[in-house]
Design a protein around this ligand. Sequence first.
Ligand SMILES: O=C(CO)[C@H](O)[C@H](O)COP(=O)(O)O
Ligand SMILES: [Fe+2]
Length: 224
Amino acid sequence: MLEPIIAPSILSADFARLGEEVDNVLAAGADWVHFDVMDNHYVPNLTIGPMVCEALRKHGVTAPIDVHLMIQPVDRIIPDFAEAGATTISFHPEASEHPHRTIQAIRAAGCQPGLVFNPGTSLNYLDWLLEDIDLVLLMSVNPGFGGQKFIPSTLDKLREARRRIDASDREIRLEVDGGIKADNIAEVAAAGADTFVAGSAIFGADDYATVIKRMREEIAGAGR
Ligand SMILES: O=C(CO)[C@H](O)[C@H](O)COP(=O)(O)O
Ligand SMILES: [Fe+2]
């Protein structure tokens, strides 16, 4: 099992103070910055694009930026995110006409490709794509908004994704996104996740370091 990664979703940060918020959450012990891109087309919300990613890099952020694309079409924005400093770029396979081509485009741009699965999307896309990606991201809420409740069927899906990843000899992260809190992160870790996105649970807290520390303790105690 890979070392756990905590990736706060900046969707719940104070956008008016974004650079400072990202600095604070990284100083509080976060590993990655989870960057939610929404287009008011694939999902019913509109957020941020490559210019904001570039602004964070210019501000001095050196931590990995984990770009979660909730957009359709996918391909034409990939070079822009790569140039803006994205580290991983994950997309929803049903939003792409040719998921294999999209994965190749992400890799060619110098980023690590990931596939994202909505609660209602089958893992069958992994049948022929797992060996080409670095990240499997399971949504534990329907995409579009922060602050939603964790959908419990994700636990079985995580176990299935873990089984598939373990059958591969490549290093592939298993990330979970949506409704993750200190109170449920242990069962999510026990089901096989190694990378944990949390937005409202971290940015909604008074003290980011205390929540992140508690999350790490819960993961460590989960008997992974
Ligand atoms: O992709 C997302 C929503 O589509 C966000 O990453 C996710 O919702 C995180 O927020 P929270 O932890 O508050 O659920
Ligand atoms: Fe996300």
